[in-house]
Structures are given as C-alpha cells and as structure tokens.
Design a protein around this ligand. Structure first.
Ligand code: FAD
Ligand code: FO1
Length: 450
C-alpha cells in the first residue's frame, strides 16, 4: 500500500505481541487502509490482529438517531470480522482510558488508528500516546489522498487544492487488497454487539428519534451507491440543486460513519468510464469539496468558530454588526421551524424528520440563521448545534466547513457589499425560486407536524 497514507505518531519500543487497530472514523473492514496496514503488520510479525471500537457517549451532541445508526453498522462489521477470524471488540467509556488499558492488557506490539482532523480525536490521540510506549500509527483511510500529504497548509479554496488533488489522484486510486481469513487469532471471547442493549446504557439525547429513511451498514451503502450510479448520476449535474428531484447520492451518512469508502465510490465511477459532466460534478464534490473540508479542519483549529474565518470576512462582518435585522429568532424558534419563512421552516422540518437536508437548502438554511440572529458567532453556534443534533451526517468536518462557508465566506470570495451580509455571499427566496418550485418543496414538508 502507498506508504504516504501512514505516519508514525509515536515511535515507542517494538515488542512481540498482537496488532491492535483502534477503529474510529472508518467503521468498515472492506476498503479500509488502516485495517490493511494492521493486516500487513500482523502477517509480517506473525501476530494476531484485534479491532477495538471505543464507544463514548460524550461525542458532541450525541443523539439516539446517530448512535443507533452507528451501532447497527458496527454490529454488521463485527459479524464480518468474526468470519475473517479477526477479533472485534467494543469498549464503552473514555478512549483515553480504555485504549491504553486494552493495549497493556493484551501486551499489544503496535497500535493503529485512523485519521480524523476533529479536535476531539486529536485530543484522544494525544492522551493515549502519553500512556503507551509501543509504536502508535495513524493511517488516513477516509481521504483518497491523505490530508497530511496532499497539502501542508490551509488551502484558500477548491481552486488551490484541486491541482494538488489532480496531480496525486491516480497514484492513490490503488486497488484494495482482498480481505482473507486470518491464520492467527486471539480468543478474547468478546460479546456480540447488541445495539439496543448498548443504547439503553448510554447517556444520550433520546428526543431525536431514529430515522427510517436510512438503513445503516456497508451492504445498504453499496446498494445506494449502485442505485445512484444507475438511476441518478445521469441527471446529477442538471438537478443536484433542485430539492424536488432526488438526484443526490444520499451517501453522506455512510461516508460520515465510514461505512463506505470514498475511494471505492470513485473507483466504481472510473471502472464504468463515467467521465461526463455529471461524473465530473459528482467527483468535484466527493473528492475536492470533501477533502477540502478535512484540510480546513486539520489546519484551522478554529474550524467551528468566528476566529477561523478569513480576515476579509471577519472585517466585513464586524463592519455590519450593527445593521438592523428585520427578523430575529432564538434557537427554539429555529429548532421548531417557527420563522416567517416557509422555505426555511420546510428545510428545518426535512432535517428534523428525515435526518438529512438537501445540499442547496443547507446553504440557504445556514445563511438565513445568520441573517436572523444578532451576531455571526451566535448564528454559527446555532447552525452547528442544530446540524449536529438532527443530521445523520452531522458532527463532521463537512458540516463545520459548510457552515463556515455559509456564514464566514470560508473557501468563498467577497461579493458586492450589502446590509448585514457585507461582502458574504447572499442567498434569498428569489434566488431559490429561480432554481426550483418552492411551493412543491414546502408542501412536502410543511404539513409534517414538528
Ligand atoms: P452528494 O451531492 O451526492 O455528494 C456526495 C458526497 O460529496 C457527499 O456525501 C459529501 O461527502 C461530498 N460533498 C457534497 N457536497 C459537499 C460540500 N459542499 N462540502 C463537502 N463535501 C461535500 N456534509 C456532511 O457530510 N455533513 C454535514 O454535517 C454537512 N453539513 C453542511 C452544512 C452546510 C451549511 C452546508 C452548506 C453543507 C453541509 N454539508 C455537510 C455538505 C453537503 O451539503 C453534504 O455533504 C451533502 O448534502 C450530502 O448529501 P449527499 O451525500 O446526498 O450529496
Ligand atoms: N467515534 C468513536 O471512535 N467513538 C464513538 O463513540 C463515536 C460516537 C459518534 C457519535 C456520533 C457521530 O456522528 C460520530 C461518532 N464518532 C465516534 C466519530 C465518527 O466515527 C467520526 O469519526 C467523526 O464524527 C467524523 O470525523
């Protein structure tokens, strides 16, 4: 495998013992470079391999909707692991406590983690590194081109990252090795994952119900992928900004939880020689925009606050702080879709009831929260809170970056000046009405009671 996907977070002392893959972001066995690296080490050292997933209920805005989806996926992966003679165990609690104690308990020789730019993950890794003294590796199994390789700095926008991606893409579209039944195994008599039983014991927000629109797991993710390629991709470029057409892939919840690999998705398009404007538009999103979000979160620790915005944007937002607002709402008004704007309320209801809001409306939704709150900092926190609480694909670099784009012009350019927005790109009902039939969209959601 391409060595540039791997980096040693801490050298440590090499011992003889099992290889541990601490699975977190990339919650799948197939098409997972972190697991493939663990298998390489286990074969090289003739040692068994163990996968551990640490479940913590203090993940930001943790809800029943998110944890149920995630646990269904993990249950499916544990069944696959057992077929491959790989132990898959789940621990509940703080990773910075459970991972070091597990490493010591089984006298592991190597610890492998998957890459994630979020602050919470980097904190977990720093704390774990202090408590272990074996080689501690990190593998970017999420991005096609590893975030720590494709660029050494925060990129201005897709136009500066795209050439670096295009230059490297082909060498990182290498075939995934087939998963085989492992020879060595370690009998830890781990319990079978029972999602309902685990959920009962978690301290999570149960007011956000499970959604039926999305069935979790890798098998279902692949079905959605093939359905998208066969039945939607040919209309993607023309209708992707129209929420009345269902041509988006709906893959984001599966990508967020790592239940499907972005690289596999791209390779499926290449395999079919799909390179028309629809494929190009989709690749721009799933490769450039998605990896640009990881770049932003990795190189800008203020990815979730006003300080992360570019200077021009902070300047223009500060200049317009005092502009009068025709409407102002608080978080309850937004959460219950009680604004004066039927389109905005319908988008909120779509997210609340299905766990996923259409891309175009996400931009409109965040920009209007900014327009109808007294300060951009408050707007950003409300948008992050509601997006993370109700979106299945929430709590993700794409979300923090999408909200920073909408409110703080991150990866965007300055537009002509106007009240409240200053030079931040403006969106309104007229703009939306030019793109799609607003009444048709609102009728679909507004009758749903909140
Ligand atoms: P498709 O159009 O089928 O795209 C395929 C994949 O490409 C997506 O799954 C995603 O991985 C990637 N992608 C598409 N658009 C973007 C984008 N603008 N930025 C980065 N990656 C993109 N995406 C999330 O995954 N989680 C979020 O919480 C999230 N919050 C957002 C909030 C706001 C305010 C905005 C403007 C965008 C947000 N996005 C988020 C990005 C984008 O809207 C979603 O990725 C997309 O709607 C997911 O639906 P899909 O998979 O059907 O999209
Ligand atoms: N990752 C973990 O390693 N352990 C968890 O308990 C966990 C909970 C969780 C809940 C909701 C959610 O959206 C993500 C969650 N993640 C967890 C992280 C996830 O796997 C992704 O790594 C990040 O959210 C995306 O960067």
């Amino acid at each position: 495998m391409n060595e540039n996907r791997i980096r040693l977070l801490q050298k440590g002392i090499s011992l003889i013992g099992p290889i541990v893959y601490w699975m977190s972001r990339d919650q799948r066995l197939k098409d997972n470079w972190a697991l493939n690296f663990a298998i390489e080490l286990s074969q090289k050292h003739q040692q068994p391999i163990v996968i551990i997933f640490n479940l913590t209920d203090d993940f930001p805005v943790a809800t029943l909707r998110a944890y149920s989806f995630m646990l269904e996926g993990l249950q499916e992966q544990q069944e696959l692991a057992n077929k491959l003679n790989i132990q898959f165990i789940i621990k509940i609690g703080k990773p910075e406590i459970n991972i070091p104690s597990f490493v010591h308990q089984i006298s592991a020789s190597n610890l492998i983690s998957d890459f994630d730019p979020l602050k919470i993950k980097r904190f977990w890794k720093r704390e774990i590194a202090k408590k272990i003294n074996i080689p501690f590796w990190e593998v970017d199994a999420h991005n096609i081109i590893p975030a720590f390789y494709v660029s050494q700095k925060q990129e201005y926008g897709s136009y500066t990252l795209r050439p670096k991606i295009n230059k490297n893409l082909m060498i990182f579209l290498d075939e995934f090795p087939e998963l085989e039944k492992q020879k060595n195994s370690l009998d830890l008599n781990e319990e079978a994952i029972q999602p309902d039983k685990i959920l009962e014991g978690l301290n999570i927000d149960r007011t956000v119900p499970i959604v039926s629109e999305f069935i979790a797991g890798e098998i279902y993710a692949e079905q959605i992928l093939f359905d998208f390629i066969e039945n939607k991709l040919s209309r993607y470029n023309k209708f992707r900004n129209n929420p009345n057409y269902n041509v988006q892939s709906s893959l984001s919840p599966y990508l967020h939880f790592g239940q499907i690999s972005a690289q596999k998705i791209v390779m499926e398009l290449y395999k079919r020689n799909l390179n028309d404007e629809n494929a190009k538009a989709f690749l721009e999103e799933i490769v450039v925009r998605r990896e640009l979000s990881d770049n932003y979160c990795y190189y800008n620790q203020n990815y979730d606050n006003f300080q992360g915005f570019p200077i021009w944007s902070q300047h223009t937002l500060n200049e317009h702080r005092k502009d009068p607002r025709e409407y102002t709402y608080n978080i309850e008004d937004f959460e219950q879709a009680k604004t004066h704007d039927k389109l905005w309320n319908s988008a909120q209801i779509e997210m609340f009831s299905t766990g996923k809001m259409h891309s175009y409306l996400r931009m409109y939704w965040a920009k209007k929260i900014f327009e109808w709150t007294v300060a951009p900092e408050i707007a950003q926190q409300i948008a992050i809170y509601l997006n993370d609480k109700y979106s299945l694909d929430g709590r993700d670099p794409n979300g923090y970056t999408g909200i920073a784009w909408s409110i703080g012009g991150v990866h965007d350019r300055a537009w002509f000046e106007r009240p409240i927005f200053g030079k931040i790109r403006y969106m309104n009902l007229n703009g939306a009405a030019k793109k799609f039939d607003i009444v048709q969209y609102c009728n679909k959601y507004n009758k749903m009671d909140m």
